[in-house]
Design a protein around this ligand. Structure first.
Ligand SMILES: *Cc1c(COP(=O)(O)O)cnc(C)c1O
Length: 357
């Protein structure tokens, strides 16, 4: 026997890991620097590590209290009712839950191009159709309500990424509000703020006080350095918040992840240090890299380098792993994640050598 017809489903291609690349090139993993997946270069908060170790003793029980405690802490952080916080396995899990709660077979969704692959994947699982709105490289990947509305045709879900992966461009709260006001009342606007900690623009959380057609995605994978635990959440309108119980995979968010999330939320110093270093690195990369770059609100910078595959392979042989953006439809661009001062400086030096060669 076989699975159902999955020929429409495009597999997710993650940035490559250090171990993978080291094996392939016969290099020592310690000599490689990975700036390809927008991870936190300082690692997790030490407090989160301690919480994971402590939680290990009780992993024979199903996670219940841990889940409740983290939801309450997040509700307080965002000044929302706890039912408005949907805890999910990674931010990606929130996309799945929204697809489960909103999409019927044959519905259509609207996704950014270039953009994050999982919007379309999660919609495909529900047999929804996928259309794209185009963010133009020549306009600096500018995101306005108008750009999106040009492609809008009563879609059930519109996905907005701000700061946008892979370009770093942002959509202001005013533009998002215009979009939600202009689209019809059965269109949900999902605002993906996976990189929200790195920007000074306001969160779309503000719209939840007035509207029932917006949801906000957040994650512990980027600024909080917990990507390996798979912990994310959504902020949703009160009106349909209780749908969570009907679409949640039982105990999908594990207890060590919840406790680590609680500890990480408490460690302001870790997040501040991360965000400050990202601000430094964004400027450094843009000023020092010998290639055109775009302004970024995230913890990465997109650069135009000619043949991205070639540049990525050469940099890798010199120990720097960056993201070739060919899979985003940008075969002339690379995405460089912000590292520590040391790894960022080294990455830019390596890339400049490659670009000069
Ligand atoms: C990283 C990322 C996410 C969420 O990742 P998780 O690890 O599943 O939390 C969501 N959207 C974008 C654009 C991302 O880059």
């Amino acid at each position: 026997m076989k699975p159902r017809d999955l020929s429409d489903h495009v597999p997710y291609r993650a940035g490559r890991g250090i171990t993978e690349v080291a094996r392939e090139l016969g290099l020592n993993p310690d000599d490689l620097h990975k700036l390809s997946s927008n991870e936190n270069p300082f690692g997790p908060s030490p407090r989160a590590v301690e919480a994971i170790v402590d939680a290990a003793e009780s992993v024979h029980t199903y996670p219940k209290a841990a889940h409740t405690d983290l939801v309450e802490a997040l509700a307080e952080t965002w000044a929302l009712d706890p039912v408005q916080v949907w805890l999910t396995p990674g931010g990606d899990g929130f996309l799945d839950y929204l697809a489960r709660a909103f999409l019927d077979s044959g519905d259509r969704v609207l996704v950014p191009e270039p953009g994050f692959a999982y919007y379309a994947m999660s919609a495909h699982y529900r047999d929804a159709g996928v259309d794209q709105y185009h963010l133009s490289k020549h306009d600096g990947f500018e995101q306005t309500a108008e750009t999106i509305l040009e492609a809008y045709d009563d879609h059930r879900i519109i996905y907005v990424t701000t700061p946008h992966n892979p370009s770093g461009s942002e959509m202001t709260l005013d533009e998002i509000e215009t979009l939600t006001e202009t689209t019809n009342e059965d269109t949900l606007v999902v605002v993906d703020e996976a990189y929200g900690e790195f920007t000074s623009n306001s969160s779309a959380r503000q719209l939840l006080d007035e509207r029932d057609d917006v949801a906000v995605l957040r994650t512990f994978s980027k600024a909080y350095g917990l990507a390996g635990l798979r912990l994310g959440y959504g902020l949703v309108p009160r009106a349909w918040a209780s749908a969570y119980e009907r679409v949640n995979t039982p105990f999908a968010v594990n207890a060590p992840a919840c406790y680590a999330g609680l500890a990480a939320l408490d460690d302001d110093d870790h997040v501040e240090r991360t965000v400050e270093t990202v601000h430094w690195a964004r400027t450094y990369i843009r000023e020092t890299l010998g290639a055109p770059t775009w302004e970024s609100g995230g913890n990465f910078v997109l650069a135009e380098v000619g043949n991205a595959k070639d540049v990525t392979e050469q940099a890798q042989r010199k120990g720097t792993i960056i993201r070739d953006c060919t899979s985003f439809g940008l075969s002339e661009c690379i995405r460089v994640s912000c590292g520590t001062k040391e790894t960022t400086t080294r990455a830019v030096a390596t890339l400049n050598e490659v670009l000069d060669g």
